[in-house]
Design a protein around this ligand. Structure first.
Ligand SMILES: CC(C)(COP(=O)(O)OP(=O)(O)OC[C@H]1O[C@@H](n2cnc3c(N)ncnc32)[C@H](O)[C@@H]1OP(=O)(O)O)[C@@H](O)C(=O)NCCC(=O)NCCS
Length: 178
């Protein structure tokens, strides 16, 4: 398996990967929704506001992850991890954790201080995320499942409370994802 930065000429393959993986795990409707999210993320996000990485094996993309900027009033340098998918046949073999770790290393190199995500605490705790209270750091939209609001510091040892609202990129800024 090889890990590398996402290139826009991989867009179609990556959209298909997310659509198929989420259709298999959560049904066709969710697959179509996440495929559309990825398509919008790729096409509507400024280059400085998004980072993507792919895992390839035998010239096929078997995993993909995107991070996009989360903006705070105090100018904290933060990104949000969303979404990530590993090809159904390659799940449970460590690809997801390697992709996440690879992405976090690149964010660190790019001097990003904080990373957030919204997902299953059991899974994301394996790669350094812990629960973040909204009293300390506000999510950009209303959370259906507040326990799933997670973060980790890439510089420093803790996430200090950040006052005020946060804003995600346009593609993620829809209540259906939260
Ligand atoms: C979630 C996902 C990205 C994980 O990638 P992966 O390569 O399968 O996971 P890894 O092999 O790196 O990690 C496996 C570990 O995580 C656990 N795990 C995997 N998916 C999990 C989930 N949804 N919830 C909780 N734990 C999970 C496994 O039990 C395993 O634990 P172990 O190491 O103690 O045995 C992948 O399974 C996937 O694409 N799922 C469908 C889409 C999805 O739910 N994406 C995440 C939301 S954006």
């Amino acid at each position: 398996m090889n890990l590398s930065a996402f290139n826009s000429n991989q867009s179609q393959e990556v959209i298909e990967l997310f659509t198929t993986v989420f259709s298999n795990s959560e049904g066709e409707k969710e697959g179509a929704l996440i495929g559309k999210l990825v398509s919008e993320l790729i096409t509507t996000t400024d280059a400085q506001e998004i980072l993507g990485f792919v895992a390839t094996s035998q010239n096929k993309i078997i995993g993909c992850i995107f991070f996009s900027r989360l903006t705070f009033e105090n100018n904290s340098n933060a990104f949000i991890l969303s979404p990530v998918a590993v090809h159904t046949e390659h799940q449970g073999q460590g690809v997801g954790q390697q992709l996440i770790t690879f992405g976090l290393e690149h964010l660190k190199e790019n001097k990003v201080d904080l990373v957030f995500t919204y997902g299953d605490p059991k899974y994301y705790s394996k790669v350094g995320f812990t629960h973040v209270s909204e009293e300390h750091v506000k999510a950009p939209l209303t959370l259906t499942y507040p326990e799933g609001w997670l973060g980790q510091p890439l510089t420093g040892s803790t996430i200090k409370p950040i006052s005020g609202a946060s804003h995600c990129v346009k593609a993620l800024s829809k209540q259906v994802y939260w």
